[in-house]
Design a protein around this ligand. Structure first.
Ligand SMILES: Nc1ncnc2c1ncn2[C@@H]1O[C@H](COP(=O)(O)OP(=O)(O)OP(=O)(O)O)[C@@H](O)[C@H]1O
Length: 251
């Protein structure tokens, strides 16, 4: 039996849940409601890779690249030096190329309705920086207005990302009450699903996550609490959280 190579996320506590990390070339759907920490998780995964000498690409569909750099700097993740040295790239799929700041971006997607264009730009960025890690934030934006094409978009992305050897996290936005992870088309196509949650317990918001699926490895099956600190996400892999009265607890 061949041993599957794992990619460490570097998020404290999280790799324990995957017995080492994400199997190489997997496409992982990172799903959760608003403010659950999806963007931070993705950025932390990329920054850890950079520190290990693994180049990365962040496809920004929800935020201006300038804002992304600012948010990352807030956690002490200085990506500028990696951008300058050609080990990291942000694909701007947010501005549509409009505005002064957008003119300074190297990788710009002018229309996100044209998935072909997006894929071409992403491909170029991955090849240029030799990316081993890719984050798309968020993939939902690509099919929000046309759910029927979700699976096809996902399959196209999967072929390109996996084909170029990258291990990818695709952020999937779901509403607070939604039980799923972004729709059947994407859930089945993804190699892995990680769900982040924010729930009110005794008048306080509590963060937790669960690994729902991960092809190529055994994984933890329990809901684990996590925190967002000034240094990013910390998962408490030895603690279990039971949410009362949610769709998960079966109460
Ligand atoms: N320095 C920090 N310390 C603690 N918590 C923080 C810090 N910075 C941000 N947060 C928390 O992270 C949340 C935002 O996380 P993030 O942007 O990753 O969410 P998201 O899941 O991508 O949300 P959305 O889908 O709405 O964009 C904030 O609402 C806040 O609760």
């Amino acid at each position: 039996m061949s041993v599957i190579e794992k990619v460490k996320t570097g998020i404290p506590g999280f790799d324990d849940l995957l017995f080492g990390g994400i199997p190489k070339r997997n496409i992982v759907l990172l799903s959760g409601g608003p403010g659950t920490g999806k963007s931070i998780f993705g950025q932390q995964y990329l920054y850890y890779g950079l520190q290990q000498g693994e180049p990365g690409v962040l496809v920004a569909l929800e935020e201006h690249p300038v804002q992304v750099r600012r948010n990352m700097a807030h956690f002490g993740w200085d990506i500028k030096k990696y951008e300058d040295s050609g080990q990291f790239a942000i694909v701007d799929a947010f501005t549509g190329g409009i505005g002064e700041a957008a003119k300074r971006e190297k990788y710009v997607v002018t229309s996100i309705d044209d998935v072909g264009e997006l894929i071409d730009v992403v491909k170029t960025a991955i090849k240029d920086v030799k990316a081993e890690r890719v984050v798309i934030d968020s993939v939902s934006t690509l099919y929000m207005s046309k759910p029927a094409v979700a699976r096809s978009v996902m399959m196209q992305l999967k072929r390109v990302l996996s084909g170029l050897g990258a291990t990818s996290i695709l952020v999937s936005q779901v509403s607070v009450t939604e039980r799923g992870f972004g729709g059947p088309g994407v859930e089945h196509a993804a190699d892995g699903i990680v769900r982040l949650d924010l729930d009110e317990v005794n008048g306080e918001l509590v963060r937790s996550l669960i690994v729902w699926k991960m092809r190529g490895t055994k994984h933890d099956m329990k809901r684990r609490p996590f925190d967002i600190t000034d240094k990013g996400i910390v998962v408490y892999s030895d603690r279990v959280i039971k949410l009362r009265g949610t769709m998960y607890s079966g109460e």
